[in-house]
Design a protein around this ligand. Structure first.
Ligand code: GDP
Ligand code: GDP
Ligand code: MG
Length: 338
């Protein structure tokens, strides 16, 4: 049984077969529901507008639907896939009523979501050895904040965490990381503002090794307007890391701001071209993101979303749970379509 039906059952309370995992209201589900409130409202209200004047599934309807999906940041590929599925469904089952059509659309979105599982979502920590995680992404997407949140999670689990202030470029960036480091209880290795980030990284790796740290998070600058230099800088940092720790960095997490929509996709493509990105952190999903961006990322990039940011505080980072995410995003629509 698919995810769509399981969510539906969560609302209707229909009896579950024993082999299925029902969607349960857990603490995580609640965090997603609350964090995705705005995103969900924007998404639902667009869909509701579309259906307000619904008469029949004709070419005009398909055109409007395509528009709504594109505007919701679902991306071209996914939009075409959904409308194609609806065309097939219309031929097969001839859904007439508004609710039937709504269900087909949502069901297809959930399906696409489930189908395009993009690799392993977990972060593999080295056992009894240093794990180095590099954060990349353009200015303001939430790299430093995410590092702090993730450091907080691992420290709570009892891990020894070090931070490297590799953003020596942006004014105040070193201080910002130092403030976070103090708050979450992680030593910060930093150098001079304007200095060579690779040199900071070198010092940080050395110290993390000396002091038997479990994890080193490396913050970086994000000057995409100067793409070639940025990529050279990242390469140099990676070189310095692998000189000391041959299999490092163990993860390169690309941070993307969900509220920037298609721009986030463009950034992801650019980073993917030059850096071996192992996972995505999608931030600011608590803002007025259009939500569809997650479908687009999943379908078009093939890089797993590993974490999502649902707010500005230390506790507002969640490991990405597709079921909870889909539930958080579509719950109102599914409720309405029943
Ligand atoms: P960086 O330039 O990539 O390091 O970005 P920062 O970590 O400095 O974050 C930029 C701004 O985004 C800050 O004001 C953060 O508080 C905010 N921010 C980061 N993540 C989130 C999130 O998940 N939700 C919200 N609402 N704000 C966030
Ligand atoms: P380069 O600056 O183009 O020579 O790039 P490298 O990859 O050789 O080094 C980058 C930075 O990391 C250097 O500027 C140093 O600050 C630091 N670094 C790299 N290797 C060493 C090393 O063996 N010892 C020390 N002290 N620093 C190093
Ligand atoms: Mg920063």
């Amino acid at each position: 049984m698919g995810l769509f039906d399981r969510i539906k059952q969560a609302f209707t309370g229909e009896k579950q077969e024993e082999t299925q995992t029902p969607i349960e209201q857990t603490e995580t589900t609640e965090k997603y529901e609350k964090g995705l409130e705005k995103t969900r409202k924007t998404f639902s209200s667009r869909m509701n507008e579309l259906f307000a004047n619904f008469r029949t599934v004709d070419e005009d309807f398909f055109e409007e639907l395509e528009e709504v999906l594109i505007e919701s940041d679902v991306g071209f590929e996914v939009t075409m896939e959904i409308t194609e599925a609806l065309r097939q469904e219309v031929k097969l089952k001839n859904p007439k009523g508004k609710k039937d059509v709504q269900q087909v659309i949502i069901e297809k979105m959930v399906d696409i979501y489930e189908e395009s599982e993009a690799g392993d979502r977990s972060i593999a920590l080295k056992e009894d050895d240093l794990t180095i995680i590099l954060f990349v992404g353009v200015n303001g997407v939430g790299k430093t904040t995410t590092i702090a949140k993730m450091a907080h999670q691992y420290i709570t689990e009892g891990k020894k965490v070090f931070l490297a202030a590799g953003d020596t470029f942006r004014a105040g960036a070193i201080e910002q990381l130092e403030v976070w480091g103090e708050r979450v209880g992680a030593p910060v290795v930093s150098g001079k503002a304007g200095g060579d980030p690779a040199s900071v990284v070198f010092d940080a790796v050395k110290r993390a090794k000396e002091e038997n740290a479990d994890i080193l998070f490396v913050d970086t600058a994000g000057r995409l307007q100067n793409k070639v230099n940025l990529m050279k800088e990242l390469e140099k940092m990676k070189r310095v890391i692998s000189k000391e720790v041959p299999d490092g960095p163990h993860e390169v997490l690309l941070v993307l701001d969900a509220t920037t929509g298609q721009n986030a996709l463009i950034q992801a493509r650019q980073f993917k071209e030059t850096t071996n990105v192992t996972g995505i952190v999608l931030t600011k999903l608590d803002g007025t993101a259009k939500g569809g961006i997650v479908l687009a990322i999943r379908k078009e990039l093939g890089i797993p979303v590993k974490y999502v940011g649902l707010g500005e505080s230390m506790d507002d980072l969640q490991e990405f749970e597709p079921n909870d995410f889909v539930y958080g995003l579509f719950s109102e629509l599914i409720k309405d379509s029943l």
